[in-house]
Design a protein around this ligand. Structure first.
Ligand code: ATP
Ligand code: MG
Length: 246
């Protein structure tokens, strides 16, 4: 049976001004997968996610999301995007932020209220809702941003380092929710530089200096490198590419 694919990147290159940052990125992200992009700071994870979200146009290459070549405005409504830096209205309360973004996605009335209740339970912000976001801690802002990304139940969720600044217990609950969402057929693309999150992904691409080093399930990647764990696999793959060091 043919696996359905949510996101395809073929031969994507990108540069900021004259500085090349992505080199020949090829990705095929199956529907309903939890697809991780693992790599160190500055390797190009956020740039890749912004291209898939339609926020950046790559210098070269094709991007297809839900069978439509980008740019395509109608596809953007079917995507939830959690940016790496929180884009919240500081003067508004948490609830007002959730309402605002929920309405932007077309939710209203009891549908909006039910959706807000559902995501608030997940991120445990029920008691902070009436405070302005300016008074939130970094972790609280992260949790609110995650709630906003989840509020309209998109078909694709692009989550750029979703659990940074979130404590281990809540992180576990959030990962259980990711699993539940993927079981419902929602595709999750998650960037991380943490091995213990990468290992939980169904599919993974390891990235370094703007290139994909390897893609597959975490266990396939470990096996194909003859490594004991993901960290070792990453080191082995990085050494293999060391002649590209600039
Ligand atoms: N707006 C920009 N203008 C110029 N260069 C940029 C810009 N955004 C990113 N870069 C550069 O592009 C490269 C990739 O950055 P990117 O943000 O995609 O990395 P990342 O893997 O998300 O890193 P991190 O883990 O720190 O978030 C880096 O060298 C960065 O300095
Ligand atoms: Mg980033």
């Amino acid at each position: 049976m043919e696996e359905s694919v949510s996101i395809i990147l073929s031969g994507v290159h990108h540069a900021y001004q004259e500085q090349p940052v992505l080199h020949d990125i090829n990705l095929s992200i199956p529907a309903g997968s939890i697809y991780g992009i693992l790599g160190p700071s500055g390797c190009g994870k956020t740039t890749t996610v912004k291209i898939i979200a339609g926020l950046l146009k790559p210098r070269e290459g094709q991007v297809k999301v839900l069978n439509s070549p980008l740019p395509d405005l109608s596809v953007m409504n079917r995507i939830g995007y959690l940016a790496q830096s929180d884009a919240l209205y500081g003067d508004l309360t948490g609830l007002e932020n959730l309402r605002f973004f929920g309405q932007l996605y077309g939710l209203k009335g009891s549908g909006l209220r039910d959706s807000i209740d559902r995501v608030l339970k997940l991120v445990h912000l029920q008691h902070e809702l009436d405070k302005p976001v300016n008074s939130y801690s970094g972790g609280m802002k992260r949790r609110l941003s995650l709630a906003i990304a989840l509020v309209h139940r998109p078909e694709i969720l692009l989550l750029d380092e979703p659990t940074v600044g979130i404590d281990p217990l809540l992180r576990q609950e959030i990962w259980s929710e990711f699993t539940r969402l993927s079981e419902e057929g929602i595709t999750l693309l998650i960037t991380t530089h943490v091995m213990d999150e990468a290992i939980k992904c169904s599919h993974l691409s390891m990235m370094r200096q703007g290139r994909i080093l390897a893609s597959g399930s975490p266990s396939e990647i470990i096996r194909s490198c003859g490594a004991g764990d993901l960290e070792e696999a990453f080191l082995i793959l990085s050494r293999g590419g060391s002649e590209d060091e600039s």
